[in-house]
Write a protein that binds this ligand. Structure first.
Ligand code: NOJ
Length: 779
């Protein structure tokens, strides 16, 4: 039934100005228009795993396997020199492989190194079953791209997909056929070190990025010689670790789990992800490594996942520390029966499963099903036909194409947080071409290692251009560099030289932030301020009175309220990867116009965490303080707010300036269908115009607020974005299409419903967009 009605246009002339710019020359770079994430492309790896012939091969092989050989397929061990978890056990892989006792190795890299083990597995074991070789390929393999949080700031799934394509190809040449990526954990707490590996706080953006990762790694076809199997991790809700402390417990309603945390995993599974990694954390008291609710009920039964689940590192053994297993055998039993097919590094399936099967505690059918899932992936990847990696390929070359893509990705990831006019100077960015002297100050200015960020895989700092190196290429003798301090230092003896350099320069660029190693696994922080004495350095240098541009390097939102007030220009650079310096210089000089948007909110203070846009309303909202900065100074005491900090972030989700200015006008909301039974399609159209004299990319964003529902709904949620390139004066009509999924939520019966009611619509260049209108869903 297609009952159709139209809603009137609530705001015909919404005009938003974002960013400002002096006229600059040379901004000619064309940026691609990325539409709002499209439904997944076909074919899917999941359909390969379901293939009838493939499954016949799996069953035929399974029928020949002994119990130890089956258990071997379910056992994975770390080998090689990369260390990604607690080490200890020394196993003789060369002796285990001929007996078929290993299904996969990880952390061993290189064609020769992986072939060594593969030759033994394939040639010396009875059934010749090839190994899967896993590795944490997180943001590039040898060519290092920006860290995942930065990649998400591009709001450009296309570039994520392209980066994963490069990473997958490079990994395959190094013998890796399985990447432990993407991490799609929704991350709303900046204390959590692993926020750097995520796409940030938002399920809509996170889902779009998750799909892009899978497409890039798997190409819709696992059998391609340059495809790698992806591992969606960490299932589930690892990002909600209490107090942001890594590995800590998570506790949440099923509504929140399904509405906020599960969508990106589901998106990746729908896109055909071949494997899933279970998470370390307990969810509502049940460790995810032994959680039948998430691993079996949701992942397998509801989502129909046919791939394989691997535990996280040593996590089967950790079930004992979690206190849900008194011994290793119980841990193995609980993990396998809950749905963990492969034991990463605990050595408990290997050592205990046979006994469990023989005693009848674990049915053979459960083992068989797990083995099937592992074998399906191996067959789908064509490993039985092509188990080895060519050892004669030329050594890795950071080719101009790859470096070009890494540079583009970095440029797209930078977020211009602030760019205010300085009296007598104008806007600091892009840098004026007639600057006579620039002082570059700070511990991150010439730190190649930290440009790689955490999980650098095989990235090499030696290939990395720093900001100092790239600026020196551009400015020559006009550039003075003073380190000032070290990242974590409290020694201020370098301040005097830094201040002197600032005084002698026309302009100062401060390169401050955290070290790559302060982010990632086991790197949670209880403080979100600039580490060491960098805040003091910044204040001392700023007091020198020269215009200051802050370039911030970090893998999480850093609390920079002082800088937000006192420093006129701030560029969030994250950890930009191998082309850090060159990409930064392109953007700082205006050769490329920044367009990144924040995938996470930036707090005033750690006490605001977890801090995110899509909060539920309270019964005592603090008015403006909920959404804007600075907070209102209401006389009313009994409001949901802090007495010593705003509720609002310093910089909100979706925020990011450009050297261009964009207006939004002629918002039109049209609705076909329009009932809760037949939601139909809502089209929100808007004209976006570049009213500046420079070309630029704008990420037009659409947010919704479901005003009244049976369950409180977030104050604002992202439901669409378009990345558009506009020449000066150019206008483009942008349409957002909304359907059932964009309006639906989980009710108290945990059913996904659309209820009759009114939805407010916000369209603009950030989550601070003004209300553009509303539409209603009828009974
Ligand atoms: C532990 C981490 O949680 C996970 O993300 C990673 O893939 C494994 N270690 C393997 O290194």
């Amino acid at each position: 039934m297609n009952r159709s009605h139209r809603h009137s246009i609530a705001s015909a002339a919404l005009v938003l100005l974002l960013g400002c710019s002096p006229a600059i020359a040379g901004l000619t770079r064309k940026h691609k228009v990325s539409p709002t994430p499209a439904p997944p492309a076909t074919p899917h790896a999941s359909s390969q795993l379901e293939d009838k012939k493939l499954n016949e091969r799996v069953d035929a092989l399974l029928a020949q396997m002994t119990l130890p050989e089956k258990i071997g397929q379910l056992s994975q061990f770390t080998a090689g020199s990369t260390i990604t978890g607690p080490t200890g056990q020394k196993l003789d892989f060369d002796a285990m492989l001929p007996k078929g006792e290993i299904g996969s190795l990880f952390n061993v890299t290189g064609a020769k190194e992986t072939n060594h083990y593969q030759h033994i597995a394939v040639e010396q074991s009875r059934l010749h079953i090839p190994l899967l070789f896993g590795l944490d390929v997180i943001h590039g393999h040898r060519t290092t791209f920006p860290v995942p949080l930065a990649m998400a700031a591009s709001f450009d799934p296309d570039i994520v997909q392209q980066a994963c394509r490069v990473a997958g190809t490079e990994a395959r040449q190094d013998g890796i056929n399985w990447v432990f990526s993407p991490m799609v954990d929704i991350s709303r707490d900046a204390r959590w070190g692993r926020i750097v590996e995520s796409a940030g706080e938002d399920p809509y953006l996170g889902s779009a990025i998750a799909r892009a990762y899978i497409r890039g790694y798997q190409q819709g076809d696992l059998s391609k010689s340059d495809s790698v199997a992806a591992s969606v991790k960490h299932f589930a809700a690892y990002g909600a670790a209490e107090a942001g402390r890594d590995y800590n417990t998570t506790d949440m309603s099923e509504i929140r789990l399904r509405q906020v945390y599960l969508p990106p995993y589901k998106a990746a599974v729908d896109e055909g992800a071949a494997t899933v990694m279970s998470a370390f954390n307990a969810l509502n008291g049940v460790p995810e490594t032994a959680n039948p609710f998430t691993l079996t009920k949701i992942l397998r039964k509801e989502w129909g996942f046919d791939g394989m689940v691997v535990s996280d590192y040593g996590a089967v053994g950790e079930l004992m520390k979690h206190g849900i297993a008194g011994d290793g055998a119980t841990a193995a039993q609980k993990a396998l029966t809950a749905g963990v097919d492969m034991d990463m590094e605990s050595n408990l399936y290997h050592s205990r499963l046979a006994g469990l099967v023989e005693s009848g505690k674990v049915p053979m059918s459960v083992v068989d099903e797990a083995v099937r899932r592992v074998l399906r992936v191996k067959f789908a990847m064509g490993l039985f036909e092509h188990p080895y990696t060519d050892e004669n390929l030329p050594p890795y070359q950071p080719t101009p194409e790859k470096r070009g893509l890494a540079k583009k990705a970095a440029e797209e990831s930078f977020v211009l947080l602030k760019n205010e006019a300085v009296p007598g100077t104008g806007r600091l960015l892009p840098l004026a071409s007639d600057l006579k002297s620039v002082a570059l100050i700070g511990p991150l200015a010439d730190d190649a290692e930290d440009m790689i960020g955490s999980w650098g895989a095989q990235g090499d700092a030696a290939n990395t251009k720093t900001l100092r190196g790239a600026l020196a290429d551009k400015l020559g003798t006009k550039l003075t560099y003073v380190k000032g301090t070290d990242i974590l230092s409290t020694d201020s003896s370098g301040f005097a030289a830094a201040v002197a350099a600032a005084k002698n320069a026309d302009l100062v660029i401060l390169a401050l932030g955290e070290a790559g190693s302060m982010t990632g696994e086991a790197s949670s922080r209880a403080h979100l301020t600039l580490p060491g004495n960098q805040q003091q350095l910044m204040q001392a240098v700023t007091a020198a009175g020269k215009p200051v541009v802050l370039v911030l390097f970090d893998g999480r939102p850093t609390a920079i309220p002082w800088a937000a007030t006192h420093v006129p220009a701030i560029l969030e650079a994250w950890f930009p990867g191998v082309e850090a310096g060159t990409a930064l210089v392109s953007v700082l000089t205006g050769e490329v116009n920044p367009a990144g948007k924040l995938p996470v909110e930036f707090p005033y203070s750690v006490g605001q965490e977890p801090l995110y846009l899509a909060q539920l309303p309270t019964g005592r909202p603090a008015g403006d303080a909920d959404l804007s900065h600075p907070p209102t100074n209401s006389e009313e005491k009994y409001l949901s707010r802090y007495i010593d900090a705003p509720n609002a972030p310093v910089y909100p989700f979706g925020w990011g300036l450009s050297y261009a200015q964009f207006t939004y006008s002629n918002v039109k909301i049209e609705h076909t269908g329009g009932t809760s039974k037949d939601v139909g399609e809502i089209t929100v159209g808007v004209d976006v115009k570049n009213i500046s004299s420079v070309p630029g990319v704008e990420v037009a964003q659409l947010y919704l607020h479901n005003t009244v529902a049976s369950v409180s709904q977030p104050v604002r949620e992202l439901k669409g974005f378009h990345r558009i390139f506009l020449q000066p004066g150019e206008s483009q009509h942008v349409e957002f299409k909304l359907h059932f999924d964009d309006l639906a939520f989980y009710n108290v019966d945990v059913q996904r419903v659309v209820e009759p009611g009114t939805f407010d619509v916000y369209v603009g260049g950030s989550s601070k967009a003004d209300k553009a209108g509303s539409f209603s869903v009828l009974e």
